[in-house]
Design a binder for this molecule. Structure first.
Ligand SMILES: Nc1ncnc2c1ncn2[C@@H]1O[C@H](COP(=O)(O)OP(=O)(O)O)[C@@H](O)[C@H]1O
Ligand SMILES: [Mg+2]
Length: 465
């Protein structure tokens, strides 16, 4: 077997700012660029290894024992180029914190397979997971029946996220009452995640629930972590400036688990421009095709058949891990050949038992207005409506007071403050700020139109009669 050549390089202080992989390979006279691995070390040292072939090509299949959370709250999802294990954190037993996670990559890079592994890990580790599969449920179809909640539309995703935020708020109040400063796993509440695949669809410009979606994800990132409610998103970036339209993600990702699969150049510009990957341009690019020799083809020479088949799926950088600039790869997750139905390999990873947790009752998080729009009634007696009811006129929110708008937006079961604020700012009326929301609510409490705060922390209307 051919040996590995290793070079230790001195780099400018602080490391390479802009890394030119092709130039390095040319210098080393290596035609297959994927055989050369560059890793910036700390400070001024970098390492270059030249392998007989790319060391990440023969990944083994993932096993269920990789996906059972270890004592330190991590699962094994793959390996680095030098065979060290690549771990992803789902829980921090030291602090009791759930994680915020983001998986970025261009189409086909391997986001959904990794999502599938995380879902299996949740099921195998007693973690309750609520999934939004925004590609109409196509991205991780095997998750059906293997997660506590599975939604496939943007609106249901909003309901699911409202439910998660409400759960986080419920826990905050309950733990405060217990005099607890943090989350203790399974005592009494399970570690819980919301996971949104193709989150870009929810958050991109023009998406119908963009503002509320961003707000809810941000809220979960902010308050959920310390009460055992985490959030993980997978997204095609390129929409990064739009994922929340603000610094939503930046705050969320700073301390999260961030994985970057194969990117497009536009994506990298966004990530670097947004300061999410300060040294992104120093990362060795992940090639679409590994093992390809890029050389000029002479007259009469033909390319081999599989010259441009993508074979680098799952290659990634774990940007928030201990080795952010080391190329790594996920294990093989599921069947390599396409399946006609559910992938039996993935189903076997999940196992036959029921997933932990209860589904989120989505309807409970619909506003009165949404309920009405959804065909309303909700089993209540509609006997005063005639045969062909004329559509309810939309309330003219522009001429309503904030108090009236609050009462119109509140469902009977109440809403968390964050959701109420989002609902108000989506009702077509003028913007309501948190401060004036709070003032108006305390006024309504004084008049007996809204209940006093209880342990759920929800803002609940008192029905007038
Ligand atoms: N870890 C993996 N193991 C096996 N095959 C993978 C893996 N990641 C990606 N693939 C292959 O690449 C294809 C695209 O991956 P997918 O996760 O659907 O990408 P994305 O969600 O980023 O668009 C999959 O259908 C599969 O054939
Ligand atoms: Mg996908």
């Amino acid at each position: 077997m051919a040996t590995v050549q290793e070079y230790v390089l001195k780099t400018p202080p602080g490391g390479v700012k802009r890394y030119d992989h092709e130039a390095l390979c040319d210098l080393l006279k290596v035609e297959d660029y994927s055989r050369v691995i560059f890793e910036q070390g700390v400070g001024r040292e970098a390492i270059v290894r030249v392998y007989p072939e790319n060391p990440l090509m023969g990944m083994r299949e993932i096993r269920t024992d990789d996906l059972v959370m270890d004592a330190r709250g991590r699962i094994a999802i793959g390996s680095y180029y030098d065979a060290a294990a690549l771990r992803f954190r789902l829980f921090d037993p030291k602090t009791g914190n759930a994680q915020r996670g983001a998986i970025f990559g261009t189409t086909g890079a391997g986001k959904s397979r990794l999502v599938q592994a995380v879902l299996v890990a949740c099921k195998r580790s007693g973690i309750v997971v609520h999934l939004a599969d925004l590609k109409h449920g196509q991205s991780v179809p095997e998750a059906k029946g293997n997660v506590a909640t599975r939604v496939t539309t943007q609106y249901e995703t909003i309901l699911m996220l409202r439910g998660l935020v409400a759960e986080a708020e419920r826990r905050m109040v309950a733990y405060a009452e217990l005099g607890r400063s943090g989350f203790v796993k399974d005592d009494p509440d399970p570690l819980t995640y919301g996971l949104v695949d193709e989150a870009n669809r929810l958050l991109e410009k023009g998406a119908p629930f963009r503002d509320e979606g961003a707000l809810l994800i941000k809220e979960l990132g902010r308050t959920g972590r310390s009460v055992g409610v985490g959030i993980i998103i997978a997204a095609q970036a390129g929409h990064l400036d739009e994922l929340g339209g603000s610094d939503t993600l930046r705050a969320m990702l700073k301390e999260g688990e961030v994985i970057l699969l194969r990117w497009s150049s536009a994506m990298m510009q966004q990530l670097v421009g947004d300061g999410l990957i300060p040294r992104g341009e120093a990362l060795q690019p992940i090639p679409k095709v590994v093992g390809q020799v890029r050389k000029i083809r002479r007259y009469n020479e033909t390319a081999t058949e599989d010259d441009d088949d993508v074979n680098s799926q799952g290659m990634l950088y774990h940007l928030t891990g201990v080795r952010p600039t080391s190329m790594a790869r996920t294990y093989v997750i599921g069947s390599v050949a396409p399946c006609t139905g559910h992938d039996p390999v993935v189903l076997a990873l999940y196992g036959d038992h029921a997933p932990p947790g209860e589904p989120i009752d989505l309807e409970a998080y619909m506003t009165a207005k949404e309920r009405q729009a959804a065909g309303g009634g909700d089993g209540e007696d509609d006997d005063d409506t005639d045969e062909s009811p004329s559509p309810e006129p939309e309330p003219d929110t522009a001429s309503m007071s904030t108090a009236q708008r609050i009462l119109a937006a509140l469902p009977a079961g109440g809403l968390a403050e964050v959701d109420l604020l989002a609902a108000l700012n989506a009702d077509g009326g003028r913007e309501v700020r948190r401060g004036s929301l709070r003032t108006t609510i305390s006024g309504l409490r004084g008049k007996g139109e809204i209940a006093r705060p209880d342990s759920t922390g929800l803002i609940v209307p008192i029905p007038a009669d």
